[in-house]
Design a protein around this ligand. Sequence first.
Ligand code: NOJ
Length: 457
Amino acid sequence: MKAPGKQMELKDNLFNRALFGDDFKWGVSTAAYQIEGGHDAHGKGPSVWDVFTAKSGAIPSGHHGNTACDFYNTYPQDIAVLKELGIPNFRFSLSWSRIIPAGTGEVNEHGIDFYNRVIDTCLANGIEPWVTLYHWDLPHELDLKGGWANREVVEWFKEFVQVCAKAFGDRVKYWMVMNEPMVFTGAGYFLGLHAPGKKGLNNFLPAVHHAVLAMAEGGRTLRSLLPDAQIGTTFSCSHIEPYTSGRKDVVAARRVDALLNRLFIEPILGMGYPEEDLPVAKKLKKYMKPGDSGLMQFDFDFIGIQNYTREIVKHSIFVPYLNAVLVKAENRKVPLTAMGWEIYPPAIYHMLKKYAEYENMPKLYITENGVAFPDTAVGGKVNDPERIHYIKSHLRQVLRAKEEGVDVQGYFVWTLLDNFEWAEGYHPRFGLVHVDFETQQRIIKSSGHWYKAFLNG
Ligand code: NOJ
């Protein structure tokens, strides 16, 4: 019985960073609202998340990001941890309302200073900054004018992109215009579960169209101001399978796939919205103006793929527009994370293959992959072998896709620090580093030590 164990160990030792090639980018990803805190520090304006979390009942736990991981103050120590772990690339986002408190107009120099210090501290430690311009924290003032449902948001966003490109473009080479537009439009403008808590198609559809236009316009703005920069954007994606091979389930799965995995990338690639497989997308025409098809398109230098799981889809007559439901992982007797998501490593392989199949798809990076478990600190240590296993088994699937010719050039773990997980609050812990939210004490988890060994091996 001992021999197979030995063999596994050997295989594990052979699985190392070198297999991915010298140029492969390794990193961790974070987002402003989830870690910074400093919600009203030094002239920052409120974002939709500040306002949403302050509403009683909006977030079931009542949690908010007012202090979060206090990264606004602790960034020197946290970047020192990155250095200690030998993590060469750090992805973080810029808080729009820290930089332009009302979303448009006056710039807050304290906000610019903060990100200058973060960027400079990274560079001084030999860490490459990867900047996301929009990770869901729209300035509240813009929400009062309709937010993403108002077409003017494209101009407001362009102004923000210009300010950031001019302030940081001399040092930041890697830019991501948006983070997971499907999630902030779906959860924030259709389901009402995320800020700003809006619901229904009349909010969702214009938000989708304006997010597509803003993403492409953001790309064009960066390219014109920073011709040498690497410009990308990121998408959430889940591998979709039908519950049965029956026609109804298969068609329902195709609809959900079109919604979750194709609604944003296809217009960006110049293919328009996936109306054939997602009939409700035909209603987007109402928000389109002449010339929009061209404006929806942009040749990004890279696309960021963010994958965590797969979804199983069943036909249902009770869900309007979609006629489909996701079969909950907890009802499928499969291994689960603290988010209730199925652990299914081949999903990341399938998503890489799927995106790589599009004509004109640029190079891909995995800009997020990771897992929440109920980690606990015992005697100053956090032992999380399940996270090590999760990351390793997903990396094997990334390598499998790469070896089959997919142009995937990097992998970023979500995330560095346990943090504010949106509607779920602080309960799900995704970090390589444990955070005690009372004391702000950090403990590098065994997964953090493993990542260090893997990167330096
Ligand atoms: C996607 C989002 O970009 C990030 O903000 C979130 O925390 C992780 N996935 C985990 O849910």
